[in-house]
Design a protein around this ligand. Structure first.
Ligand code: HDE
Length: 697
């Protein structure tokens, strides 16, 4: 039989496979597709040719413009922090901070200052997964009435290096190796560990990047830090040092390493999606801003230099003053225009906030402005809407690539006597640095006060709970096992021995390299500092399900009253429930009613959820016990220390998955048992289970 007959009426539009009636055209000029120069387009499906089967004509300006624009859609990605997710929101102080700063946006609790926030990973490219073991960037742009203030921080309060001079080397070492182009978004390779093991100042930060902080459960559940010491200055000109802290309202949470690896494969956009969905739902992420404010005398009394960005001030020594809240309540309208083009500059400060002489910060003041010139194509990037101040901008800077404005008038300089209406200096309200006496010898040298590289690394390790210490040991062992050059591993073991004997022993045991550590002579002997429990995520973990997700696996014949009751209780706790069934079409309950699923088992692995429930009928459980995906779903939830609620009928599936009766495995014979389930799930992971399942390494 012939495939088609020319005598039949045409049912598709030429050049498309769409039926004619679904191929949309318009007669309304307002809705008409145009070129970038406004010329109406008649056909967006076919190029202009010399004959229907002939070559395309170069005169086809519609085609050329479309393709040319497409060819130039990409701009250079950020050399670090290329992978990011952003959102709009606002910041508001709880009370006036006039006692410590004159910054206009910090004076009145009624002032809501618009913000744009971008979270990022550091090492990977723009298309890399969200879940590598890495630092997270936490950059906030405040559009204040006195200009933009950018607090460009991280989720870790210290940094790898003490001087900007070392930054390009640090970044080169962690990025994919230059000859082979791998590994992507991973510090587990020779170059990184070679560099850090030759730079003892990195030791404190390494403890943090090997900790659970580097694999967060959600961007909504990370802390943020300004890292450097800054200054606040009040209207009287009195200045204080300050350290900035962001505290998530949902509390902090992390995933376990095995989950991180799997999440990266199952949903590389896990964090981006989570942030987007929370904001779309109206479940707005929130942080409190906390300040550690101290004067020069207090700084001088600390046992480290506050200009050294590898040191933190324990909260037990200088407590946080909680001063305001940050709320993210609007997703970007366009990822490229906003999240990609946003340009953060640590040099963006406003009257009342100032820099310190931290040599890392000083280098950053140059770098960010500089990088935007090539990334965003010239000196007018401040005109891009996401970067543009919301307050008036008046000056005589003119022209340049990508100038979008049309400055009027004859005068483009100052002082001038032509036009009294042109902008002038304002000695009263203009930014003026607080006077600081400086008298130094020009010298290229590190301050002696920066030479204690191990005491705070030790402090961090000893402030952790046992599971957290075990995770740090495992992370070091994992990363160092990927290092092919044995002397690098030995050098690192030498550093770990300087930090803590248990840490060193744990890692060398896990590597099977007990006897071989290289001995490293510290520039300054490490000291035992008082542990700081507030550094531990587990010690301060909140008891809550807010913002968390419960995954419920259902099968045909399941008890839907149990599901609905769980959904209600979860809602009360401000948690969400995702329904997973063998097929996405759903499952039929014991009464024969179809319940749609959010995901099939393959698309909704248990790694996506904070706690799980298995509502299987006897038959359903028997069937799932024969399916590897379902067995993995349950086995993973168990191995990842999740609270598991299950109908007694689901037992064969649990048995097949190797689930042992222990803490956090809760039978749900009836609805009443749900209260216990919710109360247990609120406590988060069942850490007691871990030692039976995994030994560090
Ligand atoms: Fe950055 N950093 N950085 N950094 N950084 C950049 O600027 C740099 C440092 C941080 O979402 C770049 O616009 C130097 C510390 C964040 O757009 C670049 C030094 C902290 C972001 C740059 C540091 C950060 C960046 C790349 C050492 C935490 C992402 C693209 C002297 C306090 C911002 C860009 C965003 C981005 C340079 C160290 C945080 C190359 C030279 C310390 C969150 O300019």
């Amino acid at each position: 039989m012939p495939a088609s007959s020319s005598s039949k009426p045409k049912t598709t539009t030429p050049g498309t496979d769409l039926p004619a009636e679904t191929h949309q055209t318009t007669t309304d000029l307002k809705q008409t597709l145009t070129t970038n120069h406004g010329v109406p387009i008649s056909d967006n499906q076919n190029s202009l040719k010399a004959g229907v089967r002939g070559p395309t004509l170069i005169e086809d300006f519609v085609l050329r413009e479309k393709i040319t624009h497409f060819d130039h859609e990409r701009i250079p990605e950020r050399i670090v922090h290329a992978r990011g997710s952003g959102a709009h929101g606002y910041f508001q102080v709880y009370e006036s901070l006039a006692d410590i700063t004159k910054a206009a946006f910090l004076q009145n609790p009624k002032t809501k200052t618009e913000v744009f926030v971008r979270f990022s990973t550091v090492a990977g490219g723009a298309g890399s997964g969200d879940m590598p073991r890495d630092v997270r960037g936490f950059a906030v742009k405040f559009y204040t009435s006195e200009g933009n203030y950018d607090l460009v921080g991280n989720n870790i309060p210290v940094f790898f290096i003490q001087d900007a001079m070392k930054f390009p080397d640090l970044v080169h070492s962690v990025k994919m190796e230059p000859d082979r182009g791998f590994p992507q978004a991973a510090s587990a390779h020779d170059n990184f560990w070679d560099f850090v093991s030759l730079s003892p100042e990195t030791m404190h930060m390494l403890m943090w990047t090997m900790s659970d902080r580097a694999i967060p459960r959600s961007l909504r559940m990370i802390e943020g830090f300004g890292v450097h010491t800054f200054r606040l200055v009040n209207a009287e000109g009195v200045s204080h040092f300050v350290k900035f802290h962001w505290r998530p309202k949902l509390g902090m949470a992390a995933v376990v390493w095995d989950e991180a690896v799997k999440i990266n494969g199952a949903d590389p956009d896990f964090h981006r999606r989570d942030l987007w969905e929370a904001i779309e739902k109206g479940d707005y992420p929130e942080w409190e801003l906390g300040l550690q404010v101290f004067d020069e005398k207090t700084a001088a009394g600390l046992d480290f230099d506050v200009l050294d960005p590898t040191k933190l001030i324990p909260e037990e020594i200088i407590p946080l003053r909680m001063v305001g809240k940050l709320v993210l309540n609007r997703n970007p309208d366009n990822f490229f225009a906003e999240t990609e083009q946003v340009a953060f500059l640590p040099s963006n400060i406003v009257p009342g906030i100032e820099f310190s002489n931290d040599p890392l910060l000083q280098g950053r003041l140059f770098s960010y402005q500089d990088t935007q010139l090539s990334r965003l194509g010239g000196p007018n990037f401040h005109q891009i809407p996401v970067n543009a101040p919301r307050c008036p901008v008046h000056n005589f800077q003119r022209d340049g690539l990508r100038q979008m404005q049309v400055p009027k008038g004859r005068v483009n300089y100052e002082p001038n006597s032509f036009d009294q209406g042109t902008p002038r200096e304002n000695p009263h309200q203009g930014f003026a640095s607080v006077p600081e006496e400086l008298d130094g010898t020009k010298i290229r040298k590190r301050s002696e006060t920066f030479s204690d590289h191990y005491s705070q690394a030790r402090l961090f390790f000893r402030s952790m709970s046992t599971p957290e210490q075990n995770h740090i040991i495992s992370a070091f062992a994992f990363e160092l096992a990927k290092v092919e050059t044995k002397p690098i591993r030995l050098r690192m073991l030498g550093h770990l021995a300087n930090i803590d004997a248990d840490l060193h022993e744990g890692v060398s045991y896990a590597l099977g390299m007990q006897e071989l550590a290289e001995s490293i002579l510290p520039a300054m002997a490490p000291r035992d500092l008082d542990p700081s429990p507030t550094l531990s995520m587990i010690h301060k973990a909140p008891v809550t399900l807010q913002g968390r997700k419960i995954g419920v696996l259902i099968t045909d014949g399941f008890d839907s009253t149990l599901l609905m009751s769980l959904q209600q209780r979860a809602k009360k706790e401000k948690a969400t429930v995702a329904v997973i069934a063998p097929k996405v079409g759903g499952a039929v309950d014991s009464e024969g009613t179809l319940f749609e699923a959010d995901s099939p088992i393959s698309g909704g692995p248990s790694i996506f959820y904070d706690a799980v429930v298995i509502l299987a009928s006897a038959e359903g459980a028997q069937d799932l016990a024969t399916q590897a995906a379902a067995v993995n779903w349950v086995g993973d939830a168990f191995a990842h220390l999740k609270v598991i609620g299950h109908t007694p009928e689901a037992q064969p599936l649990l048995d097949k998955a190797g689930v042992l009766p222990c803490e956090g495995i809760l039978p749900l014979p009836a609805e009443q048992a749900l209260s216990k389930y919710i109360a247990t799930a609120k406590k988060g992971r069942v850490w007691e289970r871990e030692c039976a399942l995994r030994r560090p390494g």
